[in-house]
Unconditional design. Structure first.
Length: 308
């Protein structure tokens, strides 16, 4: 069930067994939001899990499962955990409100509700959800390059490591470090060093082609690329593409001249096995990177990767 509204609007899911309440909320909110509706808890859960609304207005007492049960299940699932929920209920006891908020509701409105109050609380919760998303994005993104940061990479690596272990598939990682970056900074200035880091990030994006691959700024002038279901030989092909793209990437200098940098890369690829840890996996790639540095820079180590 839905009330037709433009697709670009924020989506609000109304879950209530009283169709009059659904229609009233739809009439009140449809000029600003796209409204989805469900007349019972089970349908509401199904819509939430498939349509991922931006906010849910949820009744407590319903004939199949209660709103408390609905929010409990929503908060247990990663995909729906962050959706803000506002209870709209005829249960006015303070203990009922306390229970709803304790289960994770963002707000609790009692029936009969005030239309202006509902509008304001919906707007407030959508704004708060937007602020939270922005904060989380800032916490997972490197502000200079726009790439995911170390924390984001660690989260993704844990996910991919466990998946590779379950499916017995190879997982490869590339560690890349810009060569002689201090000399570049000393010669051209720190602002140009920042430009070089941004250009390196762009070259990485242009080098990695699959949507399942994941790159991040590891820290300083070091970058990491995670390649799921990729053996070391295929990882070497990606590493060579990165090396050449960075070497051929010219950075414009204030005096009109241009400069380029080179990069050293280390590869490790394996099928996760019992007794082997993520730390071991990364340490092997890091050792390979420093082997490339010791061998003269602007190169990949191992030069010919062995099968996982």
């Amino acid at each position: 069930m839905s009330c037709a509204s433009p697709d670009e609007k924020k989506r609000i899911l109304v879950v209530d067994d009283d169709r009059f309440n659904i229609q009233l909320l739809c009439d009140v909110l449809k000029s600003e939001y796209s409204i989805l509706a469900a007349v019972n808890g089970a349908s509401g859960l199904n819509i939430a899990k498939t349509k991922f609304p931006d906010l849910i207005l949820l009744d407590v007492v319903m004939p199949d499962i209660s709103g408390y049960e609905v929010i409990t299940e929503l908060k247990q699932k990663n995909a729906t955990r962050e959706i803000p929920v506002i209870f709209i209920s005829a249960m006015t006891n303070e203990r009922d409100e306390e229970k709803g908020l304790a289960l994770g509701a963002a707000d609790y409105v009692t029936k009969p509700f005030s239309i202006p109050i509902v509008r304001v609380r919906v707007k407030t919760q959508l704004q708060m959800a937007g602020y939270v998303r922005e904060l989380k994005s800032c916490g997972l993104t490197d502000t200079l390059t726009g790439l995911p940061n170390r924390r984001s990479f660690d989260d993704r690596l844990t996910l991919e490591w466990n998946r590779a272990a379950r499916q017995k598939e190879p997982l490869s990682v590339l560690m890349a470090d810009l060569d002689h970056f201090k000399a570049f900074n000393d010669t051209h200035g720190h602002l140009q060093g920042d430009v070089l880091l941004q250009a390196t990030a762009k070259a990485l994006r242009n080098s990695v082609q699959r949507s399942t691959d994941f790159m991040a700024r590891w820290g300083g002038v070091e970058f990491a690329v995670l390649l799921p279901n990729t053996d070391p030989q295929d990882a070497w092909i990606v590493a060579e593409r990165i090396r050449l793209n960075i070497r051929n990437n010219q950075v414009r200098l204030p005096d009109g001249q241009s400069a380029a940098a080179t990069v050293s890369l280390g590869i490790n690829g394996e099928i996760p096995k019992p007794g082997r840890s993520i730390h071991d996996f990364l340490a092997a790639a890091d050792e390979a990177l420093y082997a490339a540095k010791r061998a003269g820079r602007d190169r990949i180590y191992p030069e010919k990767a062995e099968p996982a």
